[in-house]
Ligand binder design. Structure first.
Ligand code: THU
Length: 135
């Protein structure tokens, strides 16, 4: 594991510890690696009006954009499930796709082990900003 991947994985685990999830009690953490080497993390933030809950991945994206980042290379995502690798929800896959299809995705277990995949693999035949271009 490179130092940067190690850092990304450890930041997503730390972010999971900050999850605000009193309703589901299902904490999720995410950490995004920007093209210039910054790491921006996020956790899920739930709401008493359940549908207003924001996933960890989208919290991280919103934070990154506010901080001036729109070029990303990787994301690590984790939750409390120990016995298998869990992927981002469909809505989050689409939100990641907004910023390109060429992301590495590290599905991370609580012990820090991970499975490396890609956004292209997780969301094949995606609708993307390029599809809005008229000829
Ligand atoms: N959740 C995420 O944060 N990311 C996902 O990709 C899937 C689900 C959160 C939303 C909610 O707070 C909790 O996990 C249970 O669905």
């Amino acid at each position: 594991m490179t130092d940067k991947v190690q850092e990304l994985v450890s930041k997503c685990l730390q972010a999971r510890d900050m999850a605000y999830c009193p309703y589901s009690r299902f904490p999720v953490g995410a950490a995004i690696l920007t093209a210039d080497g910054a790491i921006i993390s996020g956790c899920n933030v739930e709401n008493a009006s359940y549908g207003l809950t924001v996933c960890a991945e989208r919290t991280a994206i919103q934070r990154a954009v506010v901080e001036g980042h729109t070029q990303f290379t990787a994301i690590a995502v984790t939750c409390d499930i120990k016995d298998r690798f869990v992927g981002p929800c469909g809505a989050c896959r689409q939100v990641l796709m907004e910023f390109g299809s060429d992301w590495t995705v590290y599905l991370t277990k609580p012990d820090g082990s991970y499975k490396k995949t890609s956004l292209n693999e997780l969301l094949p035949l995606a609708f993307s900003p390029a599809d809005l271009m008229k000829n």
